[in-house]
Design a protein around this ligand. Structure first.
Ligand code: FES
Length: 159
């Protein structure tokens, strides 16, 4: 997949400058970076480290510690698997593992063809359907690992 380099938007730069001197700024700034690009592009992480005067390794330490930060752009189809209590107790974790296995990706990563990404999320508000996965806003409920294959196929066929 060819990758286009992102450039820092003036709004983002202004936000980082504004937060520069405030304690606990790194998480806020990284949230804003992800809001802007949908993930944390490496070139933006480098620029952020220069503006904030924080080592790049520290930035990556934070990004990898919290699993809501992603290092790659989401796939065309973003699969959000619920790990809220009800879903977790009914095997949400197994559903995630099966998606990861079949797509050959880790959590918060995107398949090599750019089609799918897998994400773990908190309660999606439809616990009666646990375990639940949402793909681009479409809810798939009462899942078992056996359903994963047909869900992937369904979206692959849409192209
Ligand atoms: S816990 Fe999964 S939808 Fe509520």
């Amino acid at each position: 997949m060819s990758k286009q380099l992102e450039t820092m938007t003036p709004e983002l730069r202004a936000f980082i400058e504004e937060w520069k001197a405030k304690p606990g700024n790194l998480i806020m700034v990284l949230h804003r970076v992800q809001q802007t690009y949908g993930y944390i592009p490496r070139e933006i992480a480098i620029e952020t480290s220069q503006i904030l005067d924080v080592p790049l390794a520290k930035i990556y330490g934070v990004i990898t510690f919290y699993n809501f930060f992603r290092l790659q752009k989401a796939g065309k189809y973003n699969i959000q698997v619920c790990l809220g209590t009800a879903c977790y107790l009914r095997g949400g974790d197994d559903i995630i593992k099966e998606f990861e296995r079949q797509l050959g990706v880790g959590l918060n990563a995107t398949s090599a063809d750019g089609m799918f990404s897998v994400e773990a999320v908190r309660c999606l508000g439809c616990c009666g359907l646990a375990p639940v996965a949402v793909v681009n806003g479409e809810v798939h409920g009462k899942l078992s690992s056996k359903d994963v294959d047909s869900i992937i196929k369904q979206y692959r066929e849409r192209g």
